[in-house]
Design a protein around this ligand. Structure first.
Ligand code: ADP
Ligand code: MG
Length: 353
């Protein structure tokens, strides 16, 4: 049982920090996703954890042992970790069975034990019938399962996955997300899963770390990240959010389009400009001004499109800010109409400015 802890981790190439003061503690048995756009430092963080590269500053502790520091880095093969690369990196001249057995042969296990363990994991991964094939004779999804089998057969304490599904087509990618999660639950290792795909992170992770420019912007459960973004970057990256700027009136009211909106989230400083986020489908679009509701802003419909399952509006507030609103498909209001938007207070998030 080993937790993984990153403490003030920095990796610089020249002057540029690829990883910029990252701290994170992952309890044993959790599946944590590093989620962020290309170039934000995900792969570098994973390679630091694996021990392929050394930190410029900071350290990594696994269980009660420091495995990485600028002074000393334990080699990858002594870390009880398996890493799966984006390209899978299967050995092309070895069959599926030989690829999977390789890690155990390195450990000098006897042949009967190796054969038994290989058969078991091939069965788990539904690869029995493909055991004598070469990687070049497999589909992307099958190669991915071989890469997983090869990584899991050595019974790692920690599994590191770098965009493991990015080479698969859309259907298989969805199926394999659940497979990754199922295997994690079955074997109970610690998993660090790198992806730029929000829904992949949401389906697989216990915790998501949203990364931006070498830093962790926010760590939380999928629900936290989705419902309670703390920064504009997280709100925008997780998608389907409007971010508009208003003026903070007091600790929990922000003026948007001339109307004081009650907000949750960060506590803004009165008088300061503050960004707020609200999701497209959390806004109610009304065609008459309601009597009693708070958090109602007048607006004008700019355009709307019918998307089959829903209708997508662009509306403009007094002052010119534009918002996207998703409504039921049946609710059709023509462009130019005056409407009223209800923005539920618990869904209006004041963000860090
Ligand atoms: P991600 O996996 O999130 O796409 P990376 O960790 O691969 O991002 O890269 C983070 C940043 O560090 C990028 O700007 C990348 O160009 C830079 N970088 C990564 N590896 C090296 C390297 N070996 N030498 C120089 N720059 C690097
Ligand atoms: Mg990468």
């Amino acid at each position: 049982m080993a937790s993984v802890e990153l403490r003030n981790l920095v990796k610089r190439y020249g002057d540029v920090p690829a990883v910029d003061n990252v701290s994170l503690r992952i309890e044993h048995g959790l599946l944590v996703c590093l989620l962020g756009p290309s170039g934000c430092g995900k792969t570098t963080t994973l390679r630091l954890i694996a021990g392929f590269i050394e930190p410029t500053e900071g350290e990594i502790q696994v269980g009660d042992r420091v495995v990485s520091s600028p002074a000393r880095t334990l080699p990858p093969e002594q870390r009880k970790m398996s890493m799966i690369f984006q390209s899978y990196a299967l050995w092309p001249h070895m069959t599926v069975r030989e690829n999977v057995a390789y890690g155990l042969q390195l450990r000098k296990m006897d042949r009967a034990t190796i054969a038994r363990k290989v058969d078991a994991i091939l069965a788990t991964m539904r690869l029995e019938k493909l055991a004598e094939r070469y990687p070049g004779e497999l589909s992307g999804g099958q190669q991915q399962r071989v890469a997983l089998a090869r990584a899991l057969i050595v019974e790692p304490e920690t599994l590191l996955l770098d965009e493991p599904l990015s080479n698969l087509d859309a259907n298989l990618r969805e199926e394999m997300r659940f497979e990754v999660r199922r295997l994690h639950d079955e074997y109970r290792y610690t998993t660090v899963y790198v992806t730029h795909d929000q829904s992949e992170a949401m389906t697989t992770a216990d915790l998501i770390c949203v990364m931006n420019a070498g830093k962790i912007e926010q760590t939380g459960t999928p629900e936290d990240i989705y419902y309670r973004p703390r920064s504009e970057f997280v709100a925008r990256f997780i998608g389907s959010s409007n971010v508009v700027r208003g003026k903070a009136l007091d600790a929990d009211h922000v003026e948007i389009g001339g109307v004081p909106l009650r907000c949750t989230g960060e506590t803004p400083t009165p008088g300061k400009e503050v960004p707020i986020s609200v999701r497209q489908h959390d806004i109610r679009l009304l065609t008459a001004p309601p009597d009693l509701l708070e958090n109602v802003v007048p607006a004008t419909v700019i355009r709307q499109v019918f998307l089959g399952g829903s209708r997508d509006y662009m509306v403009e507030l007094p002052g010119g800010a534009q918002l996207r609103v998703v409504t039921q498909a049946e609710q059709s209001v023509p462009p130019g109409s005056a409407v009223w938007l209800h923005l539920p207070p618990e869904r209006c998030r004041a963000l860090a400015g």
